[in-house]
Design a protein around this ligand. Structure first.
Ligand SMILES: Cc1ncc(COP(=O)(O)O)c(CN[C@@H](CS)C(=O)O)c1O
Length: 407
């Protein structure tokens, strides 16, 4: 993407054109949530302005229009991740709910006391805590794949963990704290050799690179709409139909049933079995618009642009004495996490905000990662295709200001 392309893209994001503390906003917190382009905002407004109605089983025009748009969003997502069938696309609130759904439904169906789930040491809390709860309830064991100082998984350790009690491998594709992009194909190959399914947390990869769930060979994948330029409150769990059909519903009530008597309930078919109650209709329509927006730019172009920007940022940060980059895997995405002895991450973030620069500071819901590096927190700049090298330069200038203040 050229600078001209980026300038035109930035016109689609009105929020980026504002001053913060008298300085141009430099939004570098995209791993937390991304900004929304006009087509997404317009699609949501259009629904509420002209088509607002509840979906499915409606016999009036507005309901049919809303249902058509809601299901068109599902088909757009299927296409975007190259899932075999739209019925395998389950709308959830976000990655957290997707992970909880699999832990709760797949976990209670297929795990027995003494069984094991394998995760990595760089997981987001939403792929740690649900398994701990299942561990307490059913007596399953959590196995954790360690990683080296660069933030790369120790694959030999992983291979050694797989055994006859392993019921699921559940791992992050791209770490939100380190940027590491994990070797999914190798992880899948070893797991499938033992007949073990793989769940992939794609919260940080779907928005930033091409994702083909069939090519990856995974069995589940989950992500959040708000991290891929769509609205908050809507996300996706994709799963292989044969597994989803075996799994009990996660929540129950309307929409997810075929018939209910006081004696028995017959569940609905996929995807509806896992979509109880009135869904986030506007969110799904907005997410469908976000998919179309990203497809028009091209995920390959986005990945290449963000990769170049991250490498530029890493080079600039390496020039500053006292800045320690956390997460230096050879294969990593648009995340620049760093630590400075001179000041706590929160103080650094505050000074950067005074310069108009928005970064995330803290443990990023990955406290085991901070413990591994023996640091309390990092400052994390996370990139998007609407960021520029000039914004990286502004970040560097802001860090120089931090050093002025804290010495
Ligand atoms: C890898 C990964 N996995 C799961 C989640 C949860 O996504 P939700 O949309 O909140 O459900 C996140 C969200 N990470 C945010 C909030 S902590 C971050 O600032 O890094 C994530 O990065």
């Amino acid at each position: 993407m050229t600078a001209v392309d980026v300038a035109r893209i930035r016109d689609d994001f009105p929020i980026l054109d504002q001053l913060i503390n008298g300085k141009p906003l430099v939004y570098l917190d995209n791993a937390a949530t991304t900004q929304k382009p006009r087509p997404v905002i317009d699609a949501i407004s259009n629904y509420y302005l002209h088509n607002n109605s509840n979906v499915h089983r409606g016999v009036h025009t507005l309901s049919q229009r809303a249902t058509d748009d809601y299901e068109a969003g599902r088909e757009a997502i299927r296409r975007f991740i190259n899932a075999p069938d739209a019925s395998e696309i389950i709308y959830v609130r976000g990655t957290t709910e997707g992970l909880n759904l699999v832990a709760s439904s797949y976990g209670r169906k297929f795990f027995k006391a003494g069984d094991e789930v394998i995760i990595t040491g760089m997981e987001h809390h939403s792929n740690i805590v649900p398994w701990q709860i299942l561990g307490k309830e059913i007596g399953i064991r959590l196995r954790v794949i360690p990683f080296n100082d660069q933030g790369e998984l120790l694959m030999d350790e992983y291979e050694g963990m797989l055994n006859d009690r392993t019921r699921l491998v559940s791992v992050v594709h791209q770490s939100n704290a380190l940027g590491t992009i994990n070797p999914v194909s190798a992880i899948v190959e070893l797991a499938h050799a033992r007949g073990v399914p793989v769940m992939l947390d794609t919260a940080q990869s779907v928005p930033h690179m091409p994702i083909d769930v069939q090519d990856l060979g995974v069995d589940f994948a989950t992500f959040s709409g708000h991290k891929m330029y769509g609205p908050t409150g809507i996300g996706v769990l994709w799963g292989r139909a044969d597994l989803l059909n075996e799994m009990p519903p996660y929540q129950t009530g309307g929409e997810m049933i075929r018939s209910v008597t006081f004696e028995e309930t017959i569940y609905n078919v996929l995807p509806h079995k896992f979509e109880a109650g009135t869904p986030d209709i506007a969110g799904a329509i907005g997410l469908g618009a976000a998919v179309e927006y990203l497809e028009a730019i091209g995920m390959g172009r986005i990945a290449a642009y963000e990769q170049a920007l991250m490498r530029y940022g890493a080079e600039r940060l390496a020039e500053i004495e006292g800045v320690r980059l956390i997460g230096t895997a050879a294969n990593r995405g648009g995340v620049l996490s760093f630590y400075m002895e001179a000041a706590h991450a929160h103080d650094i973030g505050t000074i950067l905000d005074a310069e108009g620069i928005a970064v995330r500071t803290g443990h990023h819901c990955a406290q085991p990662v901070m413990a591994r590096y023996e640091i309390p927190a990092t400052v994390r700049a996370s990139l998007s295709f609407y960021n520029t090298t000039e914004e990286i330069d502004a970040l560097i200038k802001g860090i120089d200001r931090v050093i002025e203040v804290f010495g």
